[in-house]
Design a protein around this ligand. Structure first.
Ligand code: ATP
Length: 234
């Protein structure tokens, strides 16, 4: 049994189907990437894990089904979410935005805050800054930090590199790698940037118009010629 099991997942917005029959298994301690173009269904996949869409199929974490649970209950089951556009409170400080994430884990807030500040020392330095004055990279750090404040066993990150400069992307990749290496946290990211995804993830899943086109290790997919042309640009 894998840690996260997505089985026969279809997701709907009204009658429109955004995901069709998706199967993904993630082992504990792994970093996995879901790669796809605009509109492929990447955000819908993560929203579905968080209980934010109407689904068919099943999603299990540690063997327990998340289907039909409220988003709050899903956070309490151990899923942390850093969404694509961050959804920070712009006129609140870095610290207050982080503390919002502690709503289900108040007793561990001090310990989790220490972990976030160790991972992103820049946030400790700028804890009083209002987030609307921050750079995109810093806001991504706050968003990741807020998700970590829930004390997750699974971290979902939607397009961590979108809109960020190449150097900042490398920093974010390094932080996620460190987090995974030091705490063993299981991480699922979505990406349009296939090369970034490949540099970070042990397994990749290629999503096209709501369906899984291919899955495999970085080596397996990296040696596929058609895929290279379509996604990796070499
Ligand atoms: P992007 O990288 O552009 O965010 P994505 O891979 O994350 O793309 P989704 O945002 O999951 O793709 O969108 C998948 C499909 O579902 C698209 O056709 C989109 O128009 C549709 N969709 C997404 N959100 C909604 C919504 N709230 N209501 C109706 N349709 C939606």
């Amino acid at each position: 049994m894998a840690f996260l099991e997505i089985e026969g997942l279809s997701a709907y917005y009204g009658k429109a189907r955004a995901l069709h029959n998706v199967d993904i298994a993630v082992e504990k301690g792994e970093i996995v990437a879901v790669v796809g173009a605009n509109g492929a269904g990447k955000s819908t996949l993560l929203d579905s894990i968080m209980g934010l869409t109407t689904i068919k199929g099943d999603i299990r974490l540690g063997g327990d089904s998340l289907a039909g649970l409220s988003s709050r209950a899903i956070v309490e089951q151990g899923v942390g979410y850093a969404p694509e556009r961050f959804n920070l409170f712009p006129y609140m400080s870095v610290l207050d935005n982080l503390l919002v994430g502690a709503f289900t884990a108040r007793e561990e807030a001090d310990r989790n805050l220490q972990l976030v500040f160790d991972l992103f020392p820049r946030l400790a330095e700028r804890r009083s800054q209002e987030t609307y004055t921050q750079s995109g990279g810093e806001r991504q750090m706050v968003s990741l930090g807020r998700a970590l404040m829930t004390g997750p066993s699974l971290l979902l990150v939607d397009e961590p590199t979108i809109g960020l400069a190449p150097k900042v992307c490398l920093d974010i990749a390094e932080s996620l790698r460190r987090l995974n290496g030091e705490t063993g946290l299981t991480i699922v990211i979505t990406e349009q940037n296939a090369n970034f995804a490949m540099s970070l993830a042990s397994h990749l899943h290629i999503l096209e118009t709501g369906e899984l086109k291919m899955s495999g290790t970085a080596e397996e997919l990296g040696s596929d010629e058609e895929l290279n042309k379509a996604y990796f640009g070499h």
